[in-house]
Design a binder for this molecule. Structure first.
Ligand code: PEP
Ligand code: MN
Length: 336
């Protein structure tokens, strides 16, 4: 059960609501986000919500049978849209295209990538400055200095930044330079990190865990939302299966299933999803057809020289072609 409280609710009214909720053997968890205040009722006994609904201070009340609540589609008529400012949004009604290198490598690469994206009308750039690598000897990112350098150029170009945060202590130093905090597949169930991102007034994109179920991804999002942050995006990025012909298996099933289960925007990452450059395009287009609200992929002026994930990275010519086809596919879908 989700009880949306009125913004001007008085403490005594709130207390009376909690008391009533408790009288049905429901626990009432208060959640305060950037957008509103909610009481999340957890219990199992069925009762008529009209017995609560008319109490003073309640804006709306909904029965949500899913065990995740705030991210469930069941209580929201409209899909959520994440607003990054300057007219840039992710969610229903548009196709968000986010692109950039796997890793931020230096000023020249930042400048040429921004120029490529800008020339193609892309306003959200991805890139890692803290890189989770399977081997500790691989390139692990430029860190905060890399992020600051990137920010300087991105700001000038009106480009938004999506970048991975790997641990709680990085949030504070990154905060001023990031538009979307990416939670990587290896951290989807890092509940301390999710709790901390719940306190932040910046968008968060949570990637699906490498062996994570769709429901586990939704629970991870529930952590951030119930921590106070509604600006959430979910990302299907491929899961580990018994298949060895590709790096991961992009689970296209997850896109329509997530869109049905949650009101949050859902995007697809075909680069990590398949891990093979020449197959990124068809999977990106299929993701749009499956209902994704956006696509995030890796591009680099010279993928063969990329510090990480070159094998799945598009060069700028391939990227330009993909952008064109993504837009045409989205238009086609809208025309049906
Ligand atoms: C990345 O986006 O470069 C990345 C490391 O992604 P994932 O967490 O999905 O592996
Ligand atoms: Mn990568």
């Amino acid at each position: 059960m989700i009880i949306q409280l009125k913004n001007n609710i008085e403490p005594a009214q709130k207390e009376a609501i909690i008391k009533k909720v408790n009288s049905f053997k429901y626990e009432a968890n208060e959640v305060k986000t950037q957008k509103g205040t909610y009481l999340i009722g957890i219990g199992s006994k069925e009762f008529d919500i009209r017995q609560i609904g008319n109490l003073a201070g309640i804006a709306d009340i909904h029965i949500v049978s899913d065990s995740y609540k705030l991210v469930s589609r069941k209580w929201k008529v409209k899909q959520s849209v994440v607003d990054l400012g300057d007219g840039i949004t992710i969610g229903e009604g548009s196709l968000a295209i986010m692109a950039g290198p796997c890793s931020i490598e230096g000023e020249e690469q930042i400048v040429e990538t921004i120029a490529h994206l800008k020339a193609n009308g892309i306003k959200i750039m991805r890139g890692g400055v803290f890189k989770p690598r399977s081997s500790p000897y691989a390139f692990r990112g430029m860190g905060i200095e890399g992020l600051q350098l990137w920010y300087k150029h991105a700001k000038e170009a009106g480009m938004k930044i999506v970048t991975e945060v790997m641990q709680v202590s990085q949030i504070e130093p990154m905060l001023d330079y990031v538009d979307v905090f990416q939670v990587g597949a290896r951290n989807t169930q890092n509940f301390n990190l999710l709790d901390a991102l719940g306190q932040v007034d910046k968008a968060v994109m949570i990637k699906r865990g490498i062996s994570g179920t769709i429901d586990e991804l939704l629970y991870s999002a529930e952590y951030v939302f119930s921590g106070g942050n509604e600006k959430l995006i979910l990302c299907e990025r491929g899961i580990r299966t018994y298949e060895t012909a590709s790096r991961n298996t992009l689970d296209l099933n997850a896109i329509p299933i997530l869109k049905e289960k949650t009101h949050l925007p859902v995007v697809s990452d075909p680069s990590h999803g398949i891990g093979i450059r020449r197959h990124v395009e068809p999977l990106a287009l299929a993701s749009v057809m499956a209902g994704a609200d956006g696509v995030i992929y890796e591009t680099h002026s010279n993928p063969y020289k990329a510090f990480s994930d070159g094998q799945q990275t598009l060069d700028f010519r391939e990227s330009e072609q993909l952008i064109r086809k993504l837009r045409a596919t989205y238009d086609l879908l809208c025309s049906f």
